[in-house]
Design a protein around this ligand. Structure first.
Ligand code: SF4
Length: 452
């Protein structure tokens, strides 16, 4: 590295491909003194559970926590719109001193009277971890009283980072699935002829789960439920009654897939529907896992038709973008891997890549995919992102809501790959949307008006 890092303890979390032989450090607590780009535990849990459409999402804590995550996702629903609300117990100083349990019970009471929801998630926040309100017993008591599912989400602060929140959300979903066990026998006996799968790690941002659902239906495969995009409590409870689980967002859902395999013997497959190559490979792999020749033949037909449809657009954007350089900083490692390949499809090289929660094996794959000289970094802070984007002369940064202002202040193009975007980036239609968005931002005339 030419210039010293702001925090020298971060050196092990950063590598330049081809320069050092060291193994990148990842999956660890953030270094004290850094303002990490990572979100908190509660936020991790909330983003995973929020798209459960018929649930009331009740945040037990000060109002700021629920404001932080309210409506941050562009998840769409084909049914209930309950999830679009955010409820909070709005704890104040008095509640912190004397405990917030009474207030929580009163809130649940009010919500049940007003909305009669089938399901309430009660999220624990930092302050609950400090004052020790007993969420579990309150939820159990209220559940019994009202005869609906009221589930605690153990996501208070001080127990890790966003990844711990993902796990807390998955544990809550497993709890809900477990509660549905009794109705499963009935479902199994009525099993349909079509192959059924669960789609894990898709949050139906701008209807992405619907795009994939459409592809799979054309192959003769039915999605029972997406975790958690456009999901509801009834379909989540039927999750054990499928032939296969596929996982798009590994960071948030790999744990759930492993548990469903362990508890209900459902095999799982990692997929990615980002970019042409990954989409085609994933459709083929699903057909192979289901061991069904008709499904495989239909998958090939779909791939051929859809690829031919989007080729002219992709070729056009590629001709405009070839030779540009990209920086990537996203939540999970699997998305980062897909993005490297997707950028290549439109003629762009990745010169800096990092994630908030990537795992060792994902960084190893990243290392094999990128060219020598690419900077790879885990759990970066804004100072590092700025330094490497400038040094690597990136033209565009792909990231989320927290990275957008950084890119624009540096005079770099930006593309949002986060929860609040308004168009789908999955599948063939998503690949064209991605290429178009990269083109419009990288080739925007606005950049020539910036002083260098
Ligand atoms: S749970 Fe803690 S870190 Fe997360 S928003 Fe609330 S106070 Fe902030």
């Amino acid at each position: 590295m030419d210039q010293a890092l702001v925090v020298p303890d971060r050196e092990d979390f950063i590598a330049t491909k081809g320069k050092q032989k060291k193994q990148l450090k990842c999956d660890a607590d953030s270094i004290a003194g850094c303002v990490s780009q990572r979100a908190c535990v509660y936020c991790g849990a909330r983003v995973v559970l929020n798209p459960v459409t018929d649930a009331v999402h009740l945040v037990h804590g000060p109002i700021g926590c629920s404001t932080y995550t309210w409506d941050i996702r562009g998840s769409l629903s084909s049914g209930s719109e309950m999830y679009r609300n955010s409820f909070s117990t709005d704890l104040k100083e008095q509640d912190i001193i004397f405990g917030g349990e009474k207030k929580l019970l009163a809130c649940i009471d009010e919500l049940v009277q007003k909305y009669q929801p089938p399901l309430i998630f009660v999220y624990s926040t930092c302050i609950i971890g400090v004052i020790g309100d007993d969420l579990k017993s309150i939820c159990k008591q209220a559940s019994k009283q009202y005869g609906i599912e009221i589930l605690p989400v153990e996501s208070s602060g001080f127990i890790g980072n966003k990844s711990a929140g993902y796990r807390a959300a998955c544990d809550t979903l497993l709890h809900l699935i477990d509660l549905g066990k009794e109705s499963l026998h009935q479902v199994s006996s009525q099993r349909q002829a079509a192959k059924q799968i669960n789609y894990l790690g898709d949050f139906n941002l701008s209807g992405e789960a619907w795009i994939i659902k459409g592809y799979l239906e054309r192959m003769g495969v039915k999605i029972n439920v997406a975790f958690t995009g456009d999901s509801d409590s009834q379909h989540i409870k039927k999750a054990p009654d499928v032939d296969l689980n596929i996982i798009q967002c590994a960071g948030s859902m790999h744990y759930l897939a492993e548990k469903l395999e362990e508890l209900y013997h459902i095999p799982y497959l990692q997929v990615s529907f980002l970019g042409l190559q990954d989409t085609a490979n994933s459709l083929r792999n699903i057909a192979a896992m289901l061991q069904d020749e008709t499904v495989a033949a239909k998958a090939e037909q779909l791939i051929a038709e859809e690829s031919a449809k989007v080729k002219p657009d992709i070729d056009f954007y590629r001709s405009k973008l070839v030779g540009k350089k990209a920086a990537i900083y996203v939540g999970g490692g699997f998305k980062a891997i897909s993005l490297i390949k997707q950028f290549r499809e439109i003629g762009i090289d990745v010169v800096m890549i990092g994630t908030q929660t990537g795992r060792q094996e994902e960084y190893e794959t990243i290392d094999t995919l990128v060219d020598d000289g690419t900077v790879i970094l885990d759990d970066a802070n804004p100072a590092e992102l700025e330094k490497f984007m400038i040094e690597q002369e990136a033209h565009i940064l792909v990231g989320g809501v927290k990275e957008r202002p950084l890119a624009f202040k540096l005079g770099k193009a930006f593309i949002d790959h986060n929860h609040n975007r308004k168009h789908p980036l999955s599948g063939y239609v998503g690949a064209v949307n991605f290429a178009r968005e990269v083109y419009t931002t990288v080739c925007s005339p606005v950049w020539k008006y910036l002083s260098k």
